[in-house]
Design a protein around this ligand. Structure first.
Ligand code: ADP
Ligand code: ADP
Length: 222
């Protein structure tokens, strides 16, 4: 998969959330978008998943211009938004079954669910109600639903918000494998969440790219 962002800008009323972003992303890649709150990360994520259109500029996926009517990306995409809601009364398994139905996964649904549960190490919790799980386990359910369709592009927005340090480390481990063919994009305001696991880091501030490169090139605290 090849994603190109060409001169992407996004304005909300009087806020310039993204200001002339140019990027090319090719699979496989493990990319961290880092920046303070308000930098434009969520706006960019929403654009990549097709929830928002740029005010100007082009998003091109495998040579095809993405616009409002483009469905092809949806099938190849997994997304964990920042404000993802779980049905707390359902068990892990029931919830994933429900999400698989929503996503139109019919063939080998069982296998998809088993695979997602296994990749997120939730086997022991599959029969437990979501409300009984920890914050980190709930985040893993979020990831599990995002990977049900074995997506080529996985986008995870602020994955570690509300997690304690131990859970955060487990969460990083979850991503250090599994990105061999995929594009995985993590957005966070915590650089430590991504510097050890991503092969490239893009720092956003006030809608502009301040840095794009390998984590080792990024001077800490800069
Ligand atoms: P949608 O359901 O279309 O994604 P949102 O929940 O993002 O809508 O936003 C609903 C309204 O709240 C928007 O019209 C906007 O005015 C306001 N809003 C949402 N997020 C922000 C933000 N980060 N900063 C300022 N206003 C916001
Ligand atoms: P981040 O994810 O890095 O915190 P966002 O993309 O949420 O950044 O926000 C970038 C800028 O756009 C902020 O100034 C925010 O207040 C504004 N913004 C985001 N969504 C909306 C919206 N729906 N309506 C108005 N302003 C918004």
């Amino acid at each position: 998969m090849e994603i190109k962002l060409e001169n992407i800008s996004k304005e909300y009323k009087n806020v310039k959330a993204l200001d002339n972003i140019n990027l090319a992303i090719n699979s496989p890649a493990m990319i961290g978008f880092v920046g303070p709150n308000g930098a434009g990360k969520s706006t960019l994520m929403k654009m990549l998943v097709g929830q928002l259109l740029p005010t100007s500029g082009n998003i091109i996926v495998d040579g095809v211009l993405l616009n409002k009517n483009e469905k092809h990306l949806k099938e190849r995409l997994g997304y964990l938004p920042q404000d993802f809601g779980l049905y707390e009364e359902l068990t892990v398994e029931e919830f994933l079954d429900y999400m698989a139905c929503l996503k139109g996964i019919n063939r080998s649904k069982r296998k998809s669910i088993d695979r997602a549960i296994s990749l997120t190490s939730l086997e022991e919790k599959r029969k437990f109600k979501i409300k009984t799980l920890s914050g980190g386990q709930k985040q893993r359910i979020g990831i599990a639903q995002a990977i049900l369709n074995n997506p080529e592009l996985l986008i995870v927005d602020e994955p570690t918000v509300g997690l304690d340090p131990e859970e955060r480390i487990k969460f990083r481990n979850l991503f250090s494998e599994g990105s061999k063919e995929k594009i995985v994009i993590l957005s966070t305001h915590i650089i430590e969440d991504v510097e050890s696991i991503c092969n490239s880091i893009i720092v956003l501030n006030k809608g502009k790219i301040l840095f794009a490169g390998e984590p080792s090139e990024l001077v800490k605290g800069a």
